[in-house]
Design a protein around this ligand. Structure first.
Ligand code: HEM
Length: 111
């Protein structure tokens, strides 16, 4: 099995613009830059989470399989290394306060 490089919380945070929009969902970092414009629920609900964790908002309306049904895994940047989710990161990057929740929500059934 191929070794998958994990990305860090900071990698997601760097992509925090409408046209460069990565979003963390359930411990995975997705590049939603192009999908945001095609999103049936509108671009703005996705873009407001650019560079941030959208796990809670996502699961309010969606079930997990909807991601892979609509997006090729080319857009899956990688799983997020849970060890990068620390209180220190939240202090440096206040916008990512909800990323701390990745620590408890991350489940890697494929490992
Ligand atoms: C990862 C990527 C996502 C995919 C593939 C996706 C896919 C979809 C699809 C296919 C729909 C049409 C309705 C349905 O089939 O349920 C939809 C609607 C919607 N999505 Fe997403 N979505 C994604 C991320 C998000 C995120 C991050 C949010 C919130 C922050 C969100 C909020 C909504 C809302 C509010 C609707 C409208 C629901 C309605 O019309 O009742 N989605 N999405």
């Amino acid at each position: 099995m191929a070794v998958t490089r994990l990305i860090s919380v900071k990698d997601v945070l760097l992509h925090n613009k409408p046209d460069d929009c990565w979003v963390a969902i359930n411990g995975e970092g997705w590049d939603l830059s192009s999908f945001a414009r095609e999103h049936p629920g509108g671009a703005s609900v996705i873009i407001k989470y650019a560079g941030r964790d959208a796990t809670d908002a996502f699961f309010e309306v969606h079930a997990a399989p909807i991601i892979r049904k609509n997006l090729s895994t080319d857009h899956l940047m990688s799983r997020i290394d849970p060890s990068t989710v620390t209180p220190g990161v939240e202090e440096i990057y206040p916008r990512c306060s909800t990323l701390g929740e990745c620590e408890t929500s991350v489940e890697f059934p494929h490992q």
